[in-house]
Design a protein around this ligand. Structure first.
Ligand code: ADP
Ligand code: MG
Length: 240
């Protein structure tokens, strides 16, 4: 589903990704961990070209998104993204937030989208909030709306950048539960997270990044319990 070949990304003279090569299968859940500033967000943002790619190749379901000829808006419809801060439209209801993109970008009928948005809100446990405004929701509820909103486009891949980092601890579980359901349904997911419990339980593979490099990729057991990489061990010893 995702093929990355020798991906480089620089901001000016600062090379932030220094040649990343990896593949992610359809239906796989990959959790990306690593120290602050190691390039995790930049890596994720290169997967839907929210960042211009300096060199290398990123293929999403057979389409090279680094190619300037690629219609990037079409690709972004296939790759949903959820951020640390939810960025909901404050003057629109929860349901209208979910309906907006499919109506605007895909030109789907209001009726069609309305039915699907209710299903999605049910899926994230917020059917009763369809007519509420974002300001009346908790952070965890807002994030679940943001997930429903991304799913409304029927993406093939979902990217999550620290989706629970801004939440109060007691609200994290509900969001992770929604993500786990999504994983169990077979969604291809790339999740930057500090939730090591989630990575162990739900992740098929864990990527450890440091200083713009993919230091190691492995199963959760390989990375968390059996790593032979000094940098991984050092990082884990600080957070576990
Ligand atoms: P992480 O998500 O692992 O904390 P980031 O991908 O956000 O790391 O950042 C990696 C490096 O790239 C950092 O040194 C950061 O300062 C730099 N960086 C990220 N985004 C930009 C940008 N838009 N302009 C300049 N430098 C950036
Ligand atoms: Mg980040």
């Amino acid at each position: 589903m995702i093929k990355v070949k020798d991906l480089h990304k620089s901001f000016g003279k600062n090379e932030v990704l220094t040649g990343i090569t990896t593949e992610i299968d359809a239906q796989e859940v990959v959790c990306v961990i690593g120290p602050s500033g190691s390039g995790k967000s930049t890596f994720l943002r290169c997967l839907n070209r929210l960042e211009e790619i300096t060199a290398g190749e990123v293929m999403i379901d057979g389409v090279n998104i680094a190619d300037p000829k690629t219609d990037i808006n079409a690709v972004r419809q296939e790759v949903g993204m959820v951020f640390q801060h939810f960025n909901l439209f404050p003057h629109k209801t929860v349901r209208d937030n979910v309906m907006l993109a499919p109506r605007k970008l895909k030109g789907e009928s209001t009726q069609e989208v309305r039915a699907r948005s209710l299903n999605l809100l049910e899926k994230v446990g917020l059917a009763d909030k369809a007519n509420a405004y974002p300001s009346s929701l908790s952070g965890g509820q807002k994030q679940r709306v943001a997930i429903a909103r991304a799913l409304a486009m029927n993406p093939k891949v979902m990217l999550f950048d620290e989706p629970t980092s801004a939440l109060d601890p007691e609200l994290v579980g509900d969001v992770l539960a929604v993500m786990k359901d999504l994983a169990n349904e077979g969604m291809t997911m790339v999740v930057v997270t500090h939730e090591m419990g989630f990575a162990k339980e739900v992740g098929d593979r864990v990527f450890f990044m440091d200083e713009g490099k993919m230091v190691e990729e492995g199963t959760p057991t390989q990375v968390f319990d059996e790593t032979t990489h000094e940098r991984t061990r050092e990082f884990l010893s600080k957070i576990l």
